[in-house]
Ligand binder design. Structure first.
Ligand code: GDP
Ligand code: MG
Length: 319
């Protein structure tokens, strides 16, 4: 059987929800294999059906534990679930992040749950590009709910969180970093805010702080609810799921879901294009002796960096 025929069957199996086909497909995009990109093109018309929920927040806030608790409830409701965790900071073993393996063990054997972790493995396109493709593949495989986990704030040029319909910020009491990021406008206002580990004595202080930050934002439209959870024991997780449904219903009612998806796809196109331009430019520069001369002139203070950039772009346009 030729490679093409095999790939055709891979797409078929993936669309039918086969977990092994999905895992194989994600490995292809991770390895920047052209067959991976072809596969994404082929199954793309079947995407857009899953509920895409992104969870972001500092390492240790409890995102993975929450995902496990959410998955438990969704499975009881007969919903299939896909989980994509992106965490460049975590140790990576056998296709899962070390901590997540422990956090999510109860779901590994359930065919209704697909779990994949990605850390930066140095593929050409980088982690963010591969993870966006992976999210599409999981969506195409017919999961009802896709949970995207990322370590917060602006660490990648584009975050997988840009692919979510609903963004959940997970905070834990006593850690102010994410609140600072919200205040400073580094991070967009999320749709739902979770204060996890609400067994902690600083919880109510945290709730007050978050409220005061939110009160600075726009008051029309959707007001992000603040949900207290204790993910380890499943406390508050039903309430969290209710808010996710409410947010979805809100977006569907006023038409912003389609608008948001359009906006997300725009960032996705731009990010892939920008990444490729950058790589092209870097490889062109690496093999161009003229660039070293240009750099010499900048180092000798004869030419400023911006003028050098203009020269490089001009010479590329001539070529
Ligand atoms: N006390 C307490 N610990 C929690 C809670 N949720 C998660 N944890 C613990 O916090 C640690 C980090 O959780 P994890 O889900 O891996 O965080 P992530 O890095 O955001 O994915 C783990 O040791 C969890 O067991 C909670 O509600 N209460
Ligand atoms: Mg995690």
């Amino acid at each position: 059987m030729g490679v093409a025929a095999k790939d055709e069957r891979l797409a078929e199996r993936l669309l039918a929800g086969d977990r092994r086909a999905l895992a194989r497909a994600i490995s292809l995009v991770e390895d920047d294999d052209p067959r991976g990109w072809a596969l994404v093109s082929e199954v793309y018309p079947h995407t857009g059906r899953a509920r895409m929920v992104g969870l972001t927040g500092a390492p240790g806030a409890g995102k993975s534990t929450l995902i496990s608790a959410i998955t438990r409830i969704e499975r009881e409701r007969d919903q299939t679930v896909g989980v994509l965790s992106i965490d460049p900071s975590s140790p990576f073993t056998h296709g899962a992040l070390l901590g997540d393996r422990i956090r999510l063990t109860e779901h590994f054997l359930d065919p209704g749950v697909f779990i994949r972790s990605m850390a930066n493995r140095g593929a050409l396109g980088g982690l963010s590009e591969a993870s966006l493709q992976a999210a599409l593949l999981i969506d195409a495989s017919g999961r009802d709910l896709v949970l995207l986990e990322t370590v917060g704030v602006g660490q990648a040029e584009v975050d997988i969180i840009d692919h979510a319909d609903t963004v959940v910020l997970v905070l834990m009491p006593g850690s102010g970093d994410s609140i600072q990021a919200l205040k400073a406008g580094v991070m967009e206002i999320p749709d739902v805010i979770v204060i996890n580990k609400c067994d902690h004595p600083m919880t109510d202080t945290m709730v007050r702080e978050v409220r005061s930050v939110l009160s600075l934002g726009p008051m029309d439209g959707w007001v992000p609810p603040i949900i207290k959870t204790e993910a380890l024991r499943g406390e508050g997780v039903e309430e969290l799921l209710d808010s996710l449904s409410e947010h979805r219903a809100f977006m569907e009612a006023d038409g912003t879901l389609a608008q948001r998806r359009r906006h997300n796809l725009r960032s996705e196109i731009l990010s892939i294009a920008t990444g490729r331009l950058r790589r092209d430019l870097e490889s062109a520069i690496a093999s161009d002796p003229g660039f070293e001369q240009l750099l010499n002139r900048v180092a000798a203070r004869e030419l400023d960096p911006a003028a050098a950039a203009v020269e490089i772009l001009a010479s590329r346009n001539d070529a």
